[in-house]
Design a protein around this ligand. Sequence first.
Ligand code: AMP
Length: 398
Amino acid sequence: MSEFSKHSFAGEKALVRVDFNVPLNDKFEITDDTRMRAALPTIQKILKDGGKVILMSHLGRPKDGPTDKYSLKHLVKHLADLLPGVKVHFAEDCIGEKASTAANSLGNGEVLLLENLRFYKEEEKGDKAFAEKLSKLGDVYVNDAFGTAHRAHASTAVIAEFFPKNKRMFGLLMEGEVASAEKVLHQAAKPFTAIIGGAKVSDKILIIENLLEKATDIIIGGGMAYTFMKAQGGKIGKSLCEEDRLDTATDLLKKAAAKGVNIHLPADSIIADNFSNDANTSAAPSNAIPDGWMGLDIGPMAADEFSNVLKRSKTILWNGPMGVFEMSKFQHGTRKVAEAVAAATATGAFSLVGGGDSVAAVNQFGFADKVSYVSTGGGAMLEYFEGKELPGIAAVKA
Ligand code: AMP
């Protein structure tokens, strides 16, 4: 059993770092509450034990101190709705008199949401004195904000040192994220296939390099595939291409060959004469795209090949879409890949989808519950798979 599950929070003030950085519309209504829901199991366990929950989070990127637009007060009502029967309080500050009075008058089984941590510049600077002030609000520190685990901020990392080892731990969300990532990185059953897609090669170089040490197969799709195509002498029309990464692409292909990792590039593409859902479209070999046309999705041959590779995989990591899936004309490839990942999962493969846009894609296509794990932490998961140590994880484990 994990540290968190074993711990009894009865009578304790649990200071929980959550990632409530949710999107709000002009009327301050939450347009996607996934991140809030993701923290509920952790909150509920503490409340069930008879503990007190003090939530700290950031929201947006406030530049000059307190700003109404970025106040966490806009989340209080929704949080209360998500926790029926639970008293949810709000403190207009995250440190100082207001915060400590609210924390100290909290009853067992109640929740306090603190004001936006980023109203203080010290948060992002990882300021030690600020972290210490925050730490005084709780008896035990729980980090459940995987989305910010790659940042060495005051509330995500530095604060941990002010709690003894048995009073600092990961929450259930963070535990799940870490366990899934570890399973893929360190205990992957083979064949292990990584699907890397999205717009830019430059964003994905480090992850591909790290996966060359671990994966059996790497599928490359999305806009980034065309830089690889051009690097191999292909004609790519006006498809996305990072001219300054052609050598990098060649280098990655050479390294993969040396290590015996199979790289799968899309044999064909759905091409368009315009970056638009109203464009004229056709299928073409990905290395022979006519001038004036661009590849916006993998083609039917590529989708079949990728699906076959995935269906025989025992471990799958998916980061990045295969095409411009936001437009209906160019979502077929991403959908086919999602189907193949789901089929492999149904026959026993472990599949992890991580990274903003592939997560959006599996949600959009209704596949979220057909894969083993959907990560909530885009940037953090990416850095984890780049082989970096995440400060938020290291600080709790230290
Ligand atoms: P990333 O954030 O790097 O994972 O990139 C995701 C974005 O890449 C999505 O918004 C996709 O629409 C876009 N994308 C995927 N394939 C292509 C493509 N062939 N051409 C242009 N953009 C693409």
